[in-house]
Design a protein around this ligand. Structure first.
Ligand code: FES
Length: 144
């Protein structure tokens, strides 16, 4: 699969980023062994591939847990309590935002969903949630 993705993008200018995104869409993450495949396919160093993976926070290099809660922590959502929602989620889930070793729920920070008027805004497994609180998010995630 990785070789097919590389082949589809290797000849396009700026193709590395969409190719990595495509790999993540198909696998849920970009595995460590993919770095060499992309480096070879794009004729760049492994460090360059790793640099792109580590620069963009949406890329995962480990398998994702079954549930992902993404919480907006930009200013408008902060003003209506996003940080207290974040603390409650961390306490309930036993993990922290951005931790790659989460086994049940991944907590991810987003800076604006474009849904600012009804914040705090979050997303549970791709489902947008307005006026989110921790209890509701955990209920939607079927955690607890
Ligand atoms: S600031 Fe949170 S959705 Fe825009």
């Amino acid at each position: 699969m990785l070789c097919e993705v590389v082949a589809a993008w290797a000849d396009r200018p700026g193709g590395l980023l969409p190719a990595l995104r495509e790999a993540q869409l198909q696998l849920g993450y970009v595995p460590a062994e993919a770095v060499q495949v992309f480096a070879d396919g794009f004729n760049i160093s492994r460090a360059e591939v790793h640099g792109v993976l580590s620069f963009y926070h949406d890329f995962r290099t480990t398998p994702p847990p079954p549930t992902t809660i993404r919480l907006c922590r930009a200013e408008a959502c902060q003003a209506v309590g996003a940080e207290s929602v974040a603390r409650a989620l961390e306490a309930a889930c036993g993990t922290t935002f951005g931790a790659e070793d989460a086994s049940v729920v991944a907590l991810e920070t987003v800076y604006c969903f474009g849904n600012c008027a009804v914040g705090p805004t979050a997303e549970v497994n791709g489902r947008l949630v307005a006026q989110a609180d921790a209890e509701r998010l955990l209920s939607l995630a079927e955690v607890n």
